[in-house]
Write a protein that binds this ligand. Structure first.
Ligand code: NAP
Length: 334
């Protein structure tokens, strides 16, 4: 039985970029389990853009206190249990945190079917903050119609790459916005997007005018800031803008820059709607089932980029904010 736990904690609150010195690696003794608890050996944790917002004093969704374990979704297996029906060896997913062993009550966990693929897939294509977020965003909120021009930002990332593939499957013409020529090639050659814009090297507004001369019908935004403005400036009549996230704003949430082009919504009789996946609890099971079917018949791609070792979590978060990842970013804990 494990005697110690290693965890990544918040050493001080980041100002601007969350650099690795904001985190600490701590080792603690493990107590015996209380009745009603299980202990999970964490295998992978999800690296999520939204975690940056939890490192502030005031949470966006939730917050991490100084000295506390960094919150993260994880997958692993039960190694000790005092609870009937939650047996050693069972694969589980939940808010396990960035640590080697999570000691929790099972009502914080869900059992996962590891016949559906490697455990990491349950944070990637099948994960609540990734595939399920994309599915809900497209099928319940954005609802692109066949023939629509659909634009997605952070398009080569975890949520964006899956959102674009579902919109394509639903008959839209899909344009991705991402940073750098390698990501542009990935979107077109590997994921089958119709076009892609490299926002680090192209004029996004000018490229949108070329690629979407009749305007953008649906914009699925993960980024905010100047990219949101450029797309607002190119909306079609009766367009829909979906705010899934705004990673460009997360390093300085006290000074969020709102879109200066929002009056295009009035001019073009358009709407803007935000959502979080957990606003649609009834959609999580159908989303997971359909995503699993697409993974099984090889019609959905979600590449995984995995950094090995719990001590690499701080580096991983910084890597994501610098646009290093393609697809789902994970840290392998054990
Ligand atoms: P991700 O897309 O895998 O990674 C983030 C990507 O954002 C980076 O790879 C980078 O790619 C891009 N990026 C970073 N800083 C940027 C900037 N300043 N301007 C433009 N692009 C930037 O991350 P994710 O975890 O899947 O999250 C994507 C979005 O979904 C985030 O906004 C997140 O908050 C949101 N989200 C929402 C929900 C929900 O329920 N609504 C759930 C999960 C995630 P480039 O190389 O292209 O710059």
């Amino acid at each position: 039985m494990p005697q110690t736990n290693t965890r990544v904690t918040l050493a001080h609150r980041p100002v601007g970029e969350a650099t690795p010195d904001c985190f600490a690696l701590e080792i603690e003794q493990l107590d015996e389990l209380d009745d009603g608890q299980v202990r999970v050996a964490v295998e992978y944790v999800s690296v999520d853009a939204g975690t940056r917002t939890m490192l502030r004093g005031e949470g966006f969704h939730r917050q991490v206190g100084l000295g506390e374990t960094i919150l993260a979704g994880g997958v692993g297996r039960i190694v000790e249990s005092t609870v009937d029906g939650w047996d050693v060896g069972q694969a589980v997913r939940g808010g396990l945190g960035v640590q080697m062993f999570a000691t929790v009550r099972p009502d914080h966990l869900e059992k996962i079917d590891d016949s559906l693929g490697p455990l990491s897939n349950h944070l990637g294509a099948l994960g609540p903050s990734t595939g399920v977020t994309a599915w809900i965003g497209i099928r319940r909120v954005a609802k692109p119609k066949p023939g629509d021009t659909f634009v997605v930002s952070a398009a080569a990332g975890a949520v964006g790459s899956i959102a674009g593939q579902i919109a394509k499957r639903d008959g839209a013409r899909v344009i991705g916005i991402a940073g750098g020529p390698a990501k542009v090639r990935y979107l077109i050659d590997d994921l089958g997007f119709d076009a892609a814009i490299d926002y680090k090297n192209d004029d996004v507004n000018a490229r949108l005018r070329e690629l979407a001369p009749n305007g953008v019908d649906v914009f699925f935004d993960n980024v905010g800031g100047p990219i949101l403005d450029a797309v607002l400036d190119n909306l079609a009549m009766r367009a829909k803008v979906v705010i899934c996230g705004a990673i460009s704003q997360y390093d300085d949430m006290d000074n969020v820059t709102g879109p200066s082009m929002y009056l295009r919504l009035a001019e073009r009789q358009s709407t803007m709607e935000g959502y979080a996946y957990f606003h649609f609890p009834e959609s999580i099971a159908p989303a997971t089932a359909e995503l699993a079917a697409w993974l099984a018949d090889d019609t959905l791609r979600c590449s995984e980029e995995i950094l090995d070792g719990i001590e690499r979590y701080p580096e991983a978060l910084q890597f994501m904010f610098n646009g290093g990842n393609t697809g789902k970013l994970l840290v392998k804990i054990a």
